[in-house]
Design a protein around this ligand. Sequence first.
Ligand code: ATP
Ligand code: MG
Length: 565
Amino acid sequence: MSIEKTHESLDFIRAKVAEDLKAGKNDGRVVTRFPPEPNGFLHIGHAKSICLNFGIAQENDAPCHLRFDDTNPCKEEDKYVEAIQEDIKWLGFDWKDDLFYASDYFEKLYQYAVELIAKGKAYVDSLSPDEIRQYRGTLTEPGKESPHRGRSVEENLDLFTRMKNGEFEEGDCVLRAKIDMASPHIVMRDPALYRIIKRAEHHRTGDKWCIYPMYDFAHCLSDSIEGITHSLCTLEFANHRPLYDWILDALDVPCHPRQTEFARLNLNYTIMSKRKLLQLVEENHIQGWDDPRMPTISGLRRRGYTPEAIRHFCDKIGIAKVEGTVDVALLEHCLREDLNRRAQRVMAVLRPIKVVIENYPEGQVEEMDCINNPEDPGAGTRKVPFSRTLYIERDDFMEDPPKKFFRLAPGREVRLRYAYFIKCEEAIKNGQGEVVELRCTYDPETRGGNAPDGRKVKATLHWVPADGAVDAEVRLYDRLFTVENPLSGKGKEDFTAHINLHSMEALTSCKMEPSLADADPGNSYQFERLGYFCADKDSTAGHLIFNRAVSLRDQWAKIEKTQKK
Ligand code: ATP
Ligand code: MG
């Protein structure tokens, strides 16, 4: 499979990789990795990192490892391991045989810790977690050395072995690097390397271990063990780079990968922290990780996003060194562009009102030719049956229309797409005075949508034949949050206070053209005049469900236009 690259110029990371190759660094090898922690589902921010790491590998015909960073047994689960693999594959990337787990290295990492102790560069500290925090100092004040800092190598080796053997309780002691309590970099003030975790089963190693390496210790060593050349991570790890390098310099390791940081993706009207996304799931604000309103890859997929749209989005936002917030309208724009090219057009009526064409012969059916995709002549045409009774959108009729309403109204003529001109003769009301049916006439001379006498109509409406119409449920989605930055709450205000309570509207009496009867879950369509819709995973032949992926109106195109001015 080939993935198109549209970089006009190389971003700074790709430029660095090219430069390293040219200089013959790493014996001419490039190896990248994507290191998710299996404590939640992947989101669109991860997609940026996936496209970067797998993209660079692909462009250089090099491997990209998938490594599960599973060093915290309290939060990690196999279901996340599986979901992450599925999402990466769906995005179109392949780690081939290079699937790794940090937990595979627990024994090696333990040996490295022993080596560090033997070199006098790590010690077991018996201060309580609170005391360690107090001793750490602040940005403006240096830290204070622990009274246990001077323990001998022998004592440290003994204590560390006993930590491993389960002789201590959680919080009794930690293994710390012996670096510099006065360092201006707080991460260098004797950071913890190993901690005791007793009450959790590790998803792969069970209860074999009761000490677990900290991220900073496990990550650089995992990179080195795997022969990674370029370790790419988000900006918040820039502070940790001195520690990454210190650990690799202190030990006898296979290689010393280079850590390079790039800006994480932030999107407005969205949150992107797995912890907070988990909160949305656990507190049932949405229906699960793959709820179509979630910024997760699985949510976007269920909503109707395509891998191509997401990859194109990642390409468009590029890679930078400073953080910013991307407008979610750009993501939507990328989906529209992709589906405009590929989605089959169909007619569906979301809020139907019945239309009876009084002068159309009872029992007559005509098969109207409809274009499947004007952007793709190869997509051909399909037939939609036209007969005396139809449905149109309730919104396309007004009994007493204001000036700029050009659609159907009493006495007015409009075009039915791919069919005829019809004129509204009468609106039938129920006892409550609501219009429940429209009585119309058609002009048989206008088949195909044009009048031989050249008269014009101001609107073209989509429609569905009553006979053969397929019933369906359609779910309309809006942003999950009402504010651009849901995390900007003041004081104790939780981000859930900004949840949009109207972010989903389910319409249950929609009518679809007959061709949709066999829509498979995951299929995407353009419902003419309405937007792009995707058959939901819970959709069945007896109960069709469609999700609106995105409307037709492109806000991004507007934003771009005003920016150019
Ligand atoms: P979260 O904050 O959502 O929990 P994380 O960084 O803890 O994310 P990991 O599973 O550790 O989640 O992330 C795997 C990789 O994805 C890391 O290299 C991380 O830098 C990258 N990543 C995470 N979030 C983003 C983002 N918003 N934009 C770009 N890359 C990201
Ligand atoms: Mg992380």
